[in-house]
Unconditional design. Structure first.
Length: 641
């Protein structure tokens, strides 16, 4: 697997000169760099290593500037390296940018390297021994503690072979941590090349890129295609992760691109204006990081202005680590586990760094349980990361593409994890077309909430047999995606936890029943209407003797209607079912020998006064027994049976 080495160290300690001595490539390409004798921009080279059985035959090299004014360029270059060549001049020893570069490398998760003591031809042997001891002491407690310290001179060539051997030894056994197969290339340089057009360069941090494939430039979303590829000076058809890569892009102008853009496949990244980050304030920071502090924020090759919102506490003291929300001046596209660096304004120096926990953040309240979930992501196993991210996503869930970004897992590993979790009901696929997943915890909480909602409904409306599915969707489920509402409801229906009768839903144990006093009221009301026959009493005349209002008796009337014992003709007019059926029967008999019926005909057939005849005629129209033609009625054929 390709490996990238980056330089680090103070200005004028000989980084670029050493790279040229090792590789034969001068990384200072700008006229200003030649004139001033300092590195301003990133430089790139490669070197062939001694032959090994497992190690790479060629090592990519990123040369970074050492001047404090160009630390942002240094961060852009260091973001894609695997191990570091820390360069310290023997005549000066450890200097300010030595310290800051080493801190940046540590914050970026770089865990290995070699130290080169340069300019050894300019010091006496005793001085060299003293500096070597001083450097070894300084490196104690850092990731370079115990690393080889090789004295070299780019001028005389002394020590170069020993340094090459140490680099080869380190590269041979090095296993870069690139578990995601998500194509991602942060752009650290943009230029025009005659005969080709727009070219960008960067370190392919994950995935692989092929000639001819479609590419999106994030965060802007520009669409393009890979025209040609180069790696280490040679034109290739495909480039694997870990390679320094030059990509010739079709259809884009240089002005449309900038350092910090990211090349990836369409729909694979999700730019966001804020992230949740595990941030560590450096022990060397002169002051704490206060809540809402503004900083220079570095991710990959991008630098943006940002504000730090502490999710736990009011200040992050030097040496402390906490979960923070970072809001950017412009959206960024990241992946779980990405390393970040924060630098203060005054003095302009590195103060903190850490790793990205959630590139797709949802609402997280300070000091809430969600903060604990975020903190746990940092040490979780793959399935734990998936569970945590789904829990944070809540009812919205995450698509497979979003989970790739939120977990940094290879697609096959993520697919296997989701299948295992599905079998244990820890995660559910609720939309196959969109490949949308929600956590099992969310489904269980929603299921419990739905059952509680139905129980409350039955308690409030004991006379109602259930709630309509549409009504449930517009009340309890109004804030849920239709797919999730359907998934939760269907799951409870399959388990028998909810019963369905046509469009009505209820708890299985719910039955419409009346209390003893309501049951007695039911019998009295029914008797009044049955006794009234085809000329039933007014509603007021029924209720006043019983000493109840219609509001108090409404549930009883509803039960009698549901049972089919009473029929509501209009407001405040009810008929006993048997009496109404008798009127309808005589009406049907009339139409057996007549095409139309006048209102007077109906009064004669029904033997009812206008008070009852007109409302019943309108009821027959509404219920489609009859159809009105002018003032007359005709019998509807479909009702004859």
């Amino acid at each position: 697997m390709p490996v990238i080495m980056g330089t680090a160290g103070h200005i004028d300690h000989g980084k670029t000169t050493l790279v040229k001595a090792l590789t034969g490539i001068d990384c200072d390409r700008l006229a200003e760099e030649k004139k001033r004798g300092i590195t301003i921009e990133l430089g790139f080279a490669f070197m062939d290593l001694p032959a090994t059985k497992t190690g790479p035959a060629r090592l990519g090299v990123v040369d970074v500037p050492g001047h404090e004014r160009f630390v942002k360029n240094m961060v852009a270059g260091a973001a894609g390296i695997d191990f570091v060549l820390l360069v310290i001049a023997a005549d000066e020893g450890v200097m300010p940018q030595t310290r800051e570069h080493l801190e940046i490398c540590s914050l970026l998760g770089i865990g290995a390297g070699v130290v080169a003591l340069t300019k050894t031809d300019m010091v006496e042997p005793d001085w060299l021994d003293m500096v070597k001891e001083e450097v070894a002491e300084y490196l104690k407690g850092s990731f370079l503690e115990g690393a080889p310290i090789v004295p070299v001179s780019a001028h005389t060539g002394a020590g170069l072979e020993e340094l090459r051997a140490e680099l080869a030894k380190l590269a041979e056994g090095f296993q870069p941590h690139r578990r995601s197969d998500l194509l991602r290339l942060p752009v650290d340089r943009v230029f025009t090349m005659k005969g080709y057009g727009t070219v960008v360069t960067g370190t392919l941090v994950s995935g692989k890129v092929k000639v001819g494939e479609d590419i999106t430039v994030y965060p802007g979303g520009l669409s393009t295609k890979v025209r040609t590829l180069q790696s280490h000076g040679a034109q290739v058809e495909e480039v694997p992760a870990g390679s320094r890569t030059a990509v010739n892009l079709a259809g884009l102008e240089v002005e449309q691109l900038s350092r910090g853009d990211v090349l990836a496949r369409p729909g694979s990244l999700f730019p966001s204006p804020f992230w949740d980050v595990e941030l560590t304030c450096l022990k060397s920071s002169p002051r704490s990081i206060k809540h809402r502090k503004e900083v220079h924020f570095h991710h990959g090759a991008r630098e943006v202005m940002a504000r730090v919102y502490l999710l736990e506490g009011e200040a992050l003291e030097p040496g402390q680590t906490a979960v923070c929300r970072i809001r950017f001046s412009e959206p960024l596209a990241g992946v779980f586990g990405d390393r970040v660096v924060a630098r203060s304004f005054s003095p302009l120096r590195t103060i903190a760094g850490g790793r990205l926990l959630n590139p797709l953040p949802h609402r997280v309240k300070r000091f809430s349980s969600s903060v604990e979930t975020l903190r746990g992501l940092g040490e979780a196993e793959p399935e734990g990361i998936v569970l945590g991210q789904l829990a944070l996503a809540g009812n919205g869930g995450l698509t497979f593409a979003q989970l790739l970004v939120a977990t940094s897992l290879e697609s096959k590993a993520l697919d296997k994890a989701l299948q295992l979790m599905g079998g244990r009901q820890e995660a559910f696929l609720i939309d196959r077309e969109a490949r949308l997943f929600v956590s099992g915890q969310v489904v269980r909480q929603l299921s419990d909430s739905l059952l509680a909602h139905l129980a409350d409904f039955h308690a409030r409306e004991p006379m109602k047999p259930g709630v309509a599915r549409g009504g449930l969707a517009s009340t309890w489920g109004r804030r849920l995606a239709p797919r999730l509402f359907h998934f939760v409801l269907e799951g409870l229906l399959r388990k028998g936890a909810i019963a369905a009768e046509a469009e009505l839903l209820r708890l299985p144990e719910h039955r419409v029943s009346l209390a003893s006093d309501a049951s007695a009221l039911r019998e009295k009301i029914l008797a009044a209407y049955v006794g009234g026959g085809e000329t039933p009493p007014n509603l007021k005349d029924v209720l006043e003797p019983l000493g109840v209002s219609f509001k108090e008796a409404a549930a009883v009337f509803k039960v009698l209607q549901d049972e089919g014992r009473l029929v509501k003709i209009k407001e405040e007019m009810y008929y006993a079912r048997e009496a109404l059926d008798a009127v309808i029967g005589r009406t049907r008999d009339f139409f057996a020998s007549h095409e139309e019926m006048t209102p007077q005909d109906f009064r004669e057939v029904s033997q009812l006064s206008r008070k009852y005849a007109i409302p019943i005629l309108e009821y027959l129209d509404k219920e489609k027994w009859t159809v009105r033609v002018g003032d007359n009625r005709r019998w509807r054929k479909k009702q004859e049976s």
